[in-house]
Ligand binder design. Structure first.
Ligand code: FAD
Length: 497
């Protein structure tokens, strides 16, 4: 075969890119070693993700994608595609050996809303369903897809690339193309073929994860109400959100899907060989010190085996070169805290699609994309590592989360066209980034020097106040923020032809 673009990996990112390019008449071949539907982790979307998705659908005239950008339209258009309601982010600090307890001013919890209604809310993506849907839709738009293939060669030729594989029936197939885009995520196919170096050692965040899907998980909101604390219901039910249960030395995510399915995972710096050898036992051991969580999981049963990733953070030294590019999660990933993966991937899809569809290919922009992506992963590392380092000190941890929220809100406004584009998590807004960078340094100092703590935190809040569009540094809000992300209509309006 001859193609204009070969895409390696048919997760949602590769499939969406294939769909967009095929929609504009490019000859696209997309290859995957697995078959849809297949399990994938990375399920919690965000306002940046959904604004970017809405914008992509409008810009490339893909009405089949539009409903996926918000809960209400998704449930109406695709009731069979697994989805969870995400009204915002919620965090609950647990103390080992004690039932969860909060104070009237919410010293042990933080809720940050992202949408004003369920209909307009973000979602958790049941990836097996979503990725299969987008892959099917890419084929429907004319992309040529191959599943279950073993890629045997990705080689540079005079005029581009030669990609060879063995298909499911054992037959050899081959495609030549001027461009190859690697969307294999952790697969890192092209990075290996190009013998690129890794920047893993320069990353600060070194966490791992143990995770699965469970049925029968009780309601955290009901548990709190029973304990006489209805505070989880303001400004939204926390079961209808990404739940973060902050533990000693780590945290647990809980993402509920419509129907009785809940994605759970523990993220910690000390995930290692013991957890790999016995992930089920390790899950129980890590849960045991927290009575409120033990109650929540008393009737739970796994829908699949627990999986363990001892180290999550990774980064290739480059993300683009002559005739090749990585989508962002292939270039690098840090940690699920702050749910950056889907949004970052979609931002990469948008940029790569625009460059491949431009009337004249701009090599300079292509190389700049790769540099930006590597820089963005390092920027995510900075923000996440600051929060991870403060995990055992809830007030500092919440302040570290607010640094992320300030960055993400600036980014959202750029995606929605309300402000200039500042890159992923405001990575290219130099004044804001410099203020956040120094806040990260100061936050680390506050953690190590209790005498400086209050003054340092106050100084961080003062310095970032000009960018605080959601009132995050208003102490009277008592850890409850009814922020509403930029309306998706705004992103659609600026999408342009
Ligand atoms: C534990 C964990 C939790 C996460 N939680 C979140 C979250 O809550 N929110 C969020 O936004 N992000 C999260 N992420 C990140 C998220 O998973 C990724 O951003 C997302 O999966 C990227 O999608 P993708 O389509 O680029 O790649 P993938 O979904 O990884 O798809 C890659 C595809 O490439 C194929 N492939 C791999 N190797 C080869 C090969 N050699 N040959 C052919 N095909 C190959 C695979 O079969 C797969 O289909 C999380 C990540 C982890 C590890």
């Amino acid at each position: 075969m001859n193609a204009d673009v070969v895409i390696l990996g048919s997760g949602f990112a590769g499939s969406l890119l294939a769909m967009i390019l095929a929609r504009h008449g490019l000859r696209v071949v997309i290859l995957d070693r697995d078959r849809h539907p297949r399990f994938a982790i990375g399920e919690s979307s965000t306002p940046i993700a959904d604004l970017t998705l809405a914008r992509l659908a409008a810009r490339h005239d893909l009405p089949e994608v539009t409903p996926l950008a918000r809960w209400g339209t998704w449930r109406h258009a695709y009731p069979e595609i697994g989805c969870g309601l995400k009204r915002g982010f919620s965090y609950f600090r647990h103390v080992p050996g004690e039932p969860f307890a909060d104070t009237p001013d919410h010293a042990a919890s933080l809720l940050v809303a992202a949408s004003a209604t369920d209909a307009d809310a973000d979602t958790h993506w049941l990836r097996a369903d979503v990725d299969a849907l987008l892959f099917r839709q890419a084929l429907g738009r004319g992309a040529v897809g191959r599943e279950g293939c073993t890629i045997t060669a990705v080689e540079r030729e005079a005029a581009g690339w030669r990609v060879a594989w063995t298909n499911e029936r054992g037959a050899a197939e081959l495609v030549t193309s001027p461009f190859v885009v690697d969307a294999t995520g952790t697969g890192g196919l092209l990075g290996g073929a190009l013998r690129l170096g890794r920047l893993d050692d320069v990353l600060s965040n070194r966490t791992g994860a143990i995770f699965t899907h469970l049925a029968g998980v009780a309601s955290w909101d009901a548990e709190r109400e029973e304990a006489g604390d209805a505070s989880t219901t303001t400004p939204f039910r926390s079961d209808d959100a990404a739940q973060h249960h902050v533990l000693r030395g780590g945290w647990m995510w809980m993402l509920r899907f419509a129907g009785d399915r809940c994605s759970v995972g523990i993220v910690a710096a000390d995930v290692g060989s013991v957890d790999v050898a016995d992930p089920d036992g390790s899950w129980q051991r890590r849960l045991a010190p927290y009575p409120s969580l033990v109650r929540l999981f008393a009737a739970a049963r796994p829908l699949r085996r627990f999986a363990t990733i001892p180290r999550l953070s990774r980064l290739w030294e480059r993300a683009s070169g002559p005739g090749w590019a990585f989508l962002p999660t292939t270039a690098g990933f840090i940690d699920p805290l702050h749910s950056t993966g889907i949004a970052h991937s979609l931002q990469g899809v948008a940029r790569v699609a625009d460059m491949l569809l431009a009337p004249r290919f701009d090599e300079t922009a292509w190389l700049a994309y790769g540099r930006d992506v590597v820089d963005e992963v390092r920027w995510i590392d900075r923000l996440v590592a600051t929060a991870t380092a403060a995990i055992d000190d809830f007030p500092l941890f919440t302040l570290a989360c607010h640094l992320y929220f300030v960055a993400t809100i600036a980014c959202e406004r750029g995606v929605a066209g309300l402000d200039p584009d500042v890159g992923f998590l405001a990575a290219r807004d130099q004044p804001l980034r410099a203020a956040l960078e120094s806040a990260c340094v100061d936050l680390g100092r506050a953690a190590s020097d209790p005498s400086m703590r209050d003054a340092t935190c106050a100084a961080i809040r003062d310095r970032l106040e000009p960018w605080d569009r959601a009132g995050l540094f208003n102490r009277d809000a008592r850890n409850r923020f009814a922020h509403t992300a930029a309306p998706k209509e705004a992103a659609v309006t600026v999408a342009g032809p």
